[in-house]
Ligand binder design. Structure first.
Ligand code: FES
Length: 157
């Protein structure tokens, strides 16, 4: 199988290897690094990770599909993950999601046709005290309401 993952990926894994008890324990960092390179985790990438670590691709997929931070399909340039767990829900997270769904004419879990925005619901982000919260790519945004989300989205080129 032709390699898809970069030399940078393999160099990074080599650097991390001594910190872990065995190669299988490298699975989460490997998924992170691979996703950073491609933006998501295509099946061929998971296969290559399985080959590198020495486990079946199904085991890689099992782990990747357990965590919402791993993208199993392509996402837009801006990936919004709005927490809709209890604290955020009580403070208007559902209205925010509904607002964005209407604005972009997509449903949660979908990406806009121009591939600019992906909207997702997320479980508790650990920011309940400043609910509602969301992640925009790797950044946190808290104390959201509709004007705040509009301002954030308007600033995205
Ligand atoms: S419930 Fe939304 S951050 Fe905890």
């Amino acid at each position: 199988m032709a390699k898809i993952l970069s030399q940078k990926f393999y160099d990074q894994m080599k650097k991390l290897e001594p910190r872990y008890p065995n190669k299988v324990a490298l699975l989460l960092p490997a998924l992170h690094q691979a996703q950073e390179e491609s933006g998501w985790l295509p099946p061929e990438v998971m296969e290559e990770i399985g080959e590198y670590i020495g486990i079946h691709p199904a085991q890689v997929r099992e782990v990747a599909s357990f965590y919402t931070m791993y993208n199993l399909k392509p996402v837009g340039k801006y990936h919004l993950k709005v927490c809709t767990n209890v604290a955020c829900c009580l403070r208007g997270a559902d209205e925010i999601v509904e607002h964005l769904e209407k604005k972009w004419n997509i449903r949660c879990g979908e990406t806009t046709a121009d591939r600019k925005f992906t909207l997702m619901e997320e479980e508790c982000l650990g920011a309940c005290g400043t609910a509602p919260a969301m992640m925009l790519n790797d950044d946190y945004h808290e104390n959201l309401d509709i004007p705040a989300i509009e301002k954030i989205v308007a600033g995205l080129a």
